[in-house]
Design a protein around this ligand. Sequence first.
Ligand SMILES: NC(=O)c1ccc[n+]([C@@H]2O[C@H](COP(=O)([O-])OP(=O)(O)OC[C@H]3O[C@@H](n4cnc5c(N)ncnc54)[C@H](OP(=O)(O)O)[C@@H]3O)[C@@H](O)[C@H]2O)c1
Length: 210
Amino acid sequence: MTGAGRGLGLCLTRHLSAEGARVFALSRQPGEDLPGVTPIPYDQSDEASIRAAARAVDRPVDVVIHNAAIRGDTEGLASLTADHLAEVMRINVAGPLLLTQALLPVLSPNAVLAFISSRAGSFTEGHDPDGDYAYCLSKAALNRAVAKLADDLPHTMLALHPGWIATDMGGPDAPGTPETAALQIIALVSGTDCPPSGSFTDSRGRPIAP
Ligand SMILES: NC(=O)c1ccc[n+]([C@@H]2O[C@H](COP(=O)([O-])OP(=O)(O)OC[C@H]3O[C@@H](n4cnc5c(N)ncnc54)[C@H](OP(=O)(O)O)[C@@H]3O)[C@@H](O)[C@H]2O)c1
Protein backbone atom coordinates (compact mmCIF):
# COMPACT_ATOMS: atom_id res chain seq x y z
CA MET A 1 0.00 0.00 0.00
CA THR A 2 1.42 3.37 -0.97
CA GLY A 3 0.29 6.70 0.43
CA ALA A 4 -0.93 4.85 3.51
CA GLY A 5 -0.87 7.81 5.91
CA ARG A 6 -4.04 9.67 4.93
CA GLY A 7 -6.99 9.76 2.56
CA LEU A 8 -7.97 6.65 0.64
CA GLY A 9 -4.69 4.91 1.48
CA LEU A 10 -5.30 5.24 5.22
CA CYS A 11 -8.86 3.88 4.85
CA LEU A 12 -7.58 0.94 2.83
CA THR A 13 -4.89 0.25 5.43
CA ARG A 14 -7.39 0.42 8.32
CA HIS A 15 -9.82 -1.97 6.61
CA LEU A 16 -7.10 -4.42 5.63
CA SER A 17 -5.72 -4.37 9.16
CA ALA A 18 -9.21 -4.99 10.59
CA GLU A 19 -9.59 -7.98 8.24
CA GLY A 20 -6.39 -9.48 9.62
CA ALA A 21 -4.22 -8.82 6.57
CA ARG A 22 -0.49 -8.24 6.85
CA VAL A 23 0.16 -4.83 5.29
CA PHE A 24 3.34 -3.02 4.27
CA ALA A 25 2.34 0.63 4.64
CA LEU A 26 4.57 2.77 2.41
CA SER A 27 4.38 6.48 3.16
CA ARG A 28 6.44 9.61 3.73
CA GLN A 29 5.12 9.99 7.27
CA PRO A 30 4.31 6.97 9.47
CA GLY A 31 0.55 6.51 9.74
CA GLU A 32 -1.46 4.97 12.56
CA ASP A 33 -0.07 2.11 14.62
CA LEU A 34 -2.38 -0.72 13.47
CA PRO A 35 -2.28 -4.50 13.99
CA GLY A 36 -0.45 -6.33 11.21
CA VAL A 37 0.76 -3.11 9.60
CA THR A 38 4.48 -2.56 9.01
CA PRO A 39 5.37 1.07 8.20
CA ILE A 40 8.04 1.62 5.55
CA PRO A 41 9.43 5.06 4.61
CA TYR A 42 8.58 5.87 1.00
CA ASP A 43 8.88 8.92 -1.20
CA GLN A 44 7.38 8.20 -4.62
CA SER A 45 9.30 11.09 -6.18
CA ASP A 46 12.65 9.54 -5.22
CA GLU A 47 13.95 6.48 -7.07
CA ALA A 48 16.35 5.53 -4.26
CA SER A 49 13.50 5.67 -1.72
CA ILE A 50 11.31 3.48 -3.96
CA ARG A 51 14.05 0.84 -4.24
CA ALA A 52 14.82 0.95 -0.52
CA ALA A 53 11.12 0.50 0.31
CA ALA A 54 10.86 -2.53 -2.00
CA ARG A 55 13.94 -4.08 -0.35
CA ALA A 56 12.22 -3.76 3.02
CA VAL A 57 9.33 -5.97 1.84
CA ASP A 58 10.45 -9.32 3.20
CA ARG A 59 7.44 -11.56 2.52
CA PRO A 60 5.62 -12.65 -0.65
CA VAL A 61 3.06 -10.07 -1.72
CA ASP A 62 -0.44 -11.03 -2.93
CA VAL A 63 -1.86 -7.54 -3.51
CA VAL A 64 -0.18 -4.23 -4.30
CA ILE A 65 -2.22 -1.04 -4.12
CA HIS A 66 -0.50 1.86 -5.86
CA ASN A 67 -2.48 4.66 -4.25
CA ALA A 68 -0.09 7.61 -3.71
CA ALA A 69 -0.46 10.50 -6.14
CA ILE A 70 -0.62 14.28 -6.33
CA ARG A 71 -3.20 16.43 -8.07
CA GLY A 72 -0.84 19.26 -8.89
CA ASP A 73 -1.80 22.57 -10.41
CA THR A 74 -5.49 23.07 -11.28
CA GLU A 75 -5.27 26.54 -12.87
CA GLY A 76 -5.35 25.41 -16.49
CA LEU A 77 -3.14 25.77 -19.54
CA ALA A 78 -2.05 29.28 -18.60
CA SER A 79 -0.08 28.09 -15.57
CA LEU A 80 1.27 24.82 -17.00
CA THR A 81 5.07 24.46 -16.96
CA ALA A 82 7.28 21.65 -18.20
CA ASP A 83 8.84 21.25 -14.76
CA HIS A 84 5.47 20.84 -13.07
CA LEU A 85 4.26 18.38 -15.69
CA ALA A 86 7.46 16.37 -15.23
CA GLU A 87 7.05 16.38 -11.43
CA VAL A 88 3.47 15.06 -11.61
CA MET A 89 4.43 12.42 -14.17
CA ARG A 90 7.39 11.39 -11.99
CA ILE A 91 5.21 10.87 -8.91
CA ASN A 92 2.00 9.55 -10.52
CA VAL A 93 3.44 7.42 -13.34
CA ALA A 94 7.16 6.71 -12.95
CA GLY A 95 6.77 6.03 -9.22
CA PRO A 96 4.22 3.19 -9.48
CA LEU A 97 6.06 1.68 -12.44
CA LEU A 98 9.43 1.70 -10.65
CA LEU A 99 7.89 0.26 -7.49
CA THR A 100 6.31 -2.51 -9.57
CA GLN A 101 9.69 -3.21 -11.15
CA ALA A 102 11.39 -3.32 -7.75
CA LEU A 103 8.73 -5.59 -6.22
CA LEU A 104 8.79 -8.22 -8.99
CA PRO A 105 11.01 -10.62 -6.98
CA VAL A 106 8.51 -10.77 -4.09
CA LEU A 107 5.23 -10.86 -6.03
CA SER A 108 3.17 -14.02 -5.65
CA PRO A 109 2.48 -15.72 -9.00
CA ASN A 110 -1.20 -14.72 -8.79
CA ALA A 111 -0.61 -11.25 -7.37
CA VAL A 112 -3.10 -8.47 -8.10
CA LEU A 113 -1.66 -4.98 -8.64
CA ALA A 114 -4.24 -2.19 -8.33
CA PHE A 115 -3.19 1.20 -9.67
CA ILE A 116 -5.52 3.85 -8.26
CA SER A 117 -6.24 5.95 -11.31
CA SER A 118 -8.99 8.41 -12.15
CA ARG A 119 -11.75 8.90 -14.65
CA ALA A 120 -9.89 12.15 -15.36
CA GLY A 121 -7.45 10.01 -17.36
CA SER A 122 -10.17 8.77 -19.75
CA PHE A 123 -10.19 10.32 -23.24
CA THR A 124 -13.92 9.74 -23.54
CA GLU A 125 -15.31 9.97 -19.98
CA GLY A 126 -12.83 12.36 -18.37
CA HIS A 127 -14.41 15.62 -19.44
CA ASP A 128 -14.77 18.19 -16.65
CA PRO A 129 -14.03 21.90 -16.32
CA ASP A 130 -11.04 21.45 -13.98
CA GLY A 131 -7.70 22.91 -15.11
CA ASP A 132 -5.63 19.95 -13.92
CA TYR A 133 -3.70 19.27 -17.14
CA ALA A 134 -0.77 17.46 -15.52
CA TYR A 135 -3.01 15.25 -13.37
CA CYS A 136 -5.24 14.22 -16.32
CA LEU A 137 -2.20 13.43 -18.45
CA SER A 138 -0.61 11.44 -15.64
CA LYS A 139 -3.69 9.28 -15.11
CA ALA A 140 -4.07 8.69 -18.87
CA ALA A 141 -0.43 7.59 -18.95
CA LEU A 142 -0.93 5.40 -15.88
CA ASN A 143 -3.86 3.66 -17.56
CA ARG A 144 -1.72 2.94 -20.61
CA ALA A 145 1.06 1.66 -18.34
CA VAL A 146 -1.39 -0.75 -16.71
CA ALA A 147 -2.42 -2.11 -20.13
CA LYS A 148 1.24 -2.46 -21.08
CA LEU A 149 2.10 -4.27 -17.83
CA ALA A 150 -0.83 -6.62 -18.45
CA ASP A 151 0.69 -7.47 -21.84
CA ASP A 152 4.10 -8.15 -20.32
CA LEU A 153 3.50 -9.82 -16.95
CA PRO A 154 1.38 -12.74 -15.70
CA HIS A 155 0.00 -10.88 -12.67
CA THR A 156 -3.39 -9.13 -12.69
CA MET A 157 -2.97 -5.42 -13.42
CA LEU A 158 -5.92 -3.11 -12.72
CA ALA A 159 -6.49 0.62 -13.19
CA LEU A 160 -9.21 1.62 -10.68
CA HIS A 161 -11.15 4.87 -10.38
CA PRO A 162 -12.25 5.25 -6.72
CA GLY A 163 -14.95 7.80 -7.50
CA TRP A 164 -15.02 11.42 -6.40
CA ILE A 165 -14.38 10.99 -2.69
CA ALA A 166 -14.00 13.36 0.27
CA THR A 167 -10.27 13.45 0.98
CA ASP A 168 -7.72 16.26 0.91
CA MET A 169 -7.56 15.73 -2.87
CA GLY A 170 -11.29 15.32 -3.47
CA GLY A 171 -12.37 18.14 -1.13
CA PRO A 172 -15.31 18.32 1.27
CA ASP A 173 -18.02 18.54 -1.44
CA ALA A 174 -17.27 15.10 -2.87
CA PRO A 175 -20.33 12.83 -2.88
CA GLY A 176 -18.41 9.68 -2.01
CA THR A 177 -16.41 8.61 1.02
CA PRO A 178 -12.96 7.02 1.11
CA GLU A 179 -14.32 4.39 3.52
CA THR A 180 -16.85 3.09 0.98
CA ALA A 181 -14.34 3.25 -1.88
CA ALA A 182 -11.80 1.34 0.23
CA LEU A 183 -14.28 -1.44 1.00
CA GLN A 184 -15.23 -1.71 -2.69
CA ILE A 185 -11.59 -1.82 -3.80
CA ILE A 186 -10.70 -4.52 -1.25
CA ALA A 187 -13.70 -6.60 -2.32
CA LEU A 188 -12.69 -6.20 -5.95
CA VAL A 189 -9.02 -7.14 -5.62
CA SER A 190 -9.61 -10.02 -3.22
CA GLY A 191 -12.85 -11.50 -4.56
CA THR A 192 -13.86 -13.77 -7.39
CA ASP A 193 -15.18 -10.86 -9.49
CA CYS A 194 -11.77 -9.29 -10.03
CA PRO A 195 -11.76 -7.61 -13.48
CA PRO A 196 -9.45 -8.99 -16.18
CA SER A 197 -5.85 -7.86 -16.26
CA GLY A 198 -5.33 -4.60 -18.12
CA SER A 199 -8.83 -3.27 -17.48
CA PHE A 200 -9.84 0.21 -16.34
CA THR A 201 -12.89 0.17 -14.07
CA ASP A 202 -14.50 1.97 -11.17
CA SER A 203 -14.13 0.57 -7.68
CA ARG A 204 -17.11 -1.74 -8.23
CA GLY A 205 -15.53 -3.22 -11.33
CA ARG A 206 -17.71 -1.40 -13.88
CA PRO A 207 -15.70 -0.66 -17.06
CA ILE A 208 -14.61 2.91 -17.88
CA ALA A 209 -13.85 3.75 -21.50
CA PRO A 210 -10.13 4.50 -22.10
N1 LIG B 1 -10.18 12.03 -3.95
C1 LIG B 1 -10.75 11.84 -5.14
O1 LIG B 1 -11.87 12.34 -5.43
C2 LIG B 1 -10.06 10.99 -6.20
C3 LIG B 1 -10.69 10.82 -7.43
C4 LIG B 1 -10.08 10.04 -8.40
C5 LIG B 1 -8.87 9.43 -8.11
N2 LIG B 1 -8.27 9.60 -6.90
C6 LIG B 1 -7.00 8.92 -6.65
O2 LIG B 1 -7.06 8.22 -5.43
C7 LIG B 1 -5.73 8.11 -4.87
C8 LIG B 1 -5.76 8.57 -3.42
O3 LIG B 1 -6.10 9.95 -3.41
P1 LIG B 1 -6.66 10.68 -2.10
O4 LIG B 1 -7.97 11.26 -2.49
O5 LIG B 1 -6.56 9.82 -0.91
O6 LIG B 1 -5.60 11.89 -2.04
P2 LIG B 1 -4.92 12.63 -0.83
O7 LIG B 1 -5.85 12.69 0.31
O8 LIG B 1 -4.36 13.87 -1.41
O9 LIG B 1 -3.71 11.63 -0.44
C9 LIG B 1 -2.65 11.46 -1.34
C10 LIG B 1 -1.73 10.40 -0.78
O10 LIG B 1 -0.61 10.29 -1.69
C11 LIG B 1 0.58 10.41 -0.93
N3 LIG B 1 1.67 10.99 -1.71
C12 LIG B 1 1.64 12.09 -2.49
N4 LIG B 1 2.88 12.34 -2.98
C13 LIG B 1 3.68 11.36 -2.49
C14 LIG B 1 5.05 11.07 -2.62
N5 LIG B 1 5.88 11.84 -3.34
N6 LIG B 1 5.54 9.99 -1.97
C15 LIG B 1 4.74 9.21 -1.22
N7 LIG B 1 3.43 9.44 -1.06
C16 LIG B 1 2.91 10.51 -1.67
C17 LIG B 1 0.21 11.31 0.23
O11 LIG B 1 1.17 11.16 1.24
P3 LIG B 1 1.61 12.39 2.23
O12 LIG B 1 0.66 12.33 3.37
O13 LIG B 1 3.02 12.09 2.58
O14 LIG B 1 1.48 13.68 1.42
C18 LIG B 1 -1.16 10.77 0.59
O15 LIG B 1 -1.06 9.62 1.38
C19 LIG B 1 -4.83 8.94 -5.78
O16 LIG B 1 -4.17 8.08 -6.69
C20 LIG B 1 -5.81 9.84 -6.50
O17 LIG B 1 -5.30 10.28 -7.75
C21 LIG B 1 -8.83 10.37 -5.93
